[in-house]
Design a protein around this ligand. Structure first.
Ligand code: NAP
Length: 281
């Protein structure tokens, strides 16, 4: 079924060639019978990429492009070029979705609600103490999402990078080092938001080798490639419930798709498209 409208969507970032988003979003458009395409826009870091970035945003203002995702290195640098930010984008300090609404150019962050939606599937009704590892953009979205529902501790290798997380709702800041993690005590949820274990350095693990994992924690690794990181292997061996970042990636993409098209997102189709992308070879 075709609605007659054709959606021009895309991703701005640098580099963008590795992105799974075109496969996920084009599969969603096709499954919903919507005409259009999701393209990649390689925009060099500012100041070199400024003209191109302004150009693309102007095309959104003019209605030529109906929606954009934003990734590294523009999640922060795009903010001054927008008219409005959602509360999530403002608090997290990063934008991953851009769209026009009522004549204004908006920036949103769907990583936080994407994480929360997937967490609700992984651990329905769970709450308590959460320990988040890492202090980058992913960690900011996770801490923002958990704050208010969970008592959040944050562990980072650079304490000066971790301190601002108190404003996002973290009540305790730790060093990402064996002594601090050992004294962190019991937690019900452990989230890895560092890239340790991500392809191609798959032997990495953010949790110290000689320290048992928190004995009753659910383990959530934001990494989705490989699907089973060293951390998740250890969790499975310890009999702990665990999940990877695929669900969050699909959810943040689904929320963006719904914002841009007004259609409901075919999450299972999007997940299958991502899984096909991640098959070896
Ligand atoms: P980021 O902004 O670069 O932050 C990474 C954090 O990890 C920083 O605090 C960094 O500290 C720390 N870190 C890096 N290497 C480390 C090491 N060897 N030991 C200890 N800490 C280390 O990255 P991000 O965007 O938050 O992404 C982090 C991970 O989450 C990536 O694997 C990414 O793919 C994943 N992610 C997944 C989703 C999803 O939808 N599933 C969404 C967002 C992110 P320094 O600043 O000191 O380097």
């Amino acid at each position: 079924m075709s609605t007659g409208r054709s959606f021009a969507l895309g991703l701005i970032g640098f580099p963008v060639g590795h992105s799974r988003s075109p496969a996920i979003q084009n599969a969603a458009l096709q499954a919903q019978g919507l005409a259009g395409h999701y393209d990649l826009f390689a925009v060099p870091p500012l100041p070199d990429g400024l003209t191109l970035l302004r150009d693309l945003l102007e095309r959104v203002r003019q209605g030529e492009i109906h929606g954009l995702n934003v990734t590294i290195p523009h999640k922060q640098s795009v903010i001054p070029l927008l008219d409005e930010l959602t509360p999530a984008a403002r608090s997290i300090g990063a934008v991953n979705v851009i769209y026009m609404q009522a004549g204004r150019l908006w920036g949103d962050n769907t990583d936080a609600p994407g994480f929360l939606a997937d967490l609700a599937k992984f651990a329905p009704g769970a709450s308590g103490r959460a320990l988040v590892l890492g202090a980058g953009g992913g960690a900011r979205a996770v801490v923002y999402a958990l704050a208010g529902h969970w008592e959040v501790s944050l562990a980072a290798r650079r304490l000066e990078q971790a301190e601002p997380f108190r404003q996002l709702g973290a009540s305790r800041i730790l060093e990402l080092a064996p002594a601090d993690l050992a004294s962190a005590g019991v937690c019900e949820l452990l989230v890895n938001a560092t890239p340790l274990g991500m392809h191609p350095a798959v032997d990495g693990c953010p949790w110290p080798a000689d320290l048992p994992l928190p004995y009753r924690a659910r383990i959530y690794d934001l990494i989705y490639n490989p699907p089973q990181t060293r951390l998740l292997q250890r969790a499975a061996l310890s009999g702990l419930a665990c999940t990877n970042g695929m669900g969050m990636l699909v959810e943040q993409a689904a929320l963006a798709f719904e914002r841009w098209t007004g259609a409901s997102a075919p999450r299972l189709v999007m997940q299958a498209a991502l899984q096909r992308q991640l098959l070896p070879g």
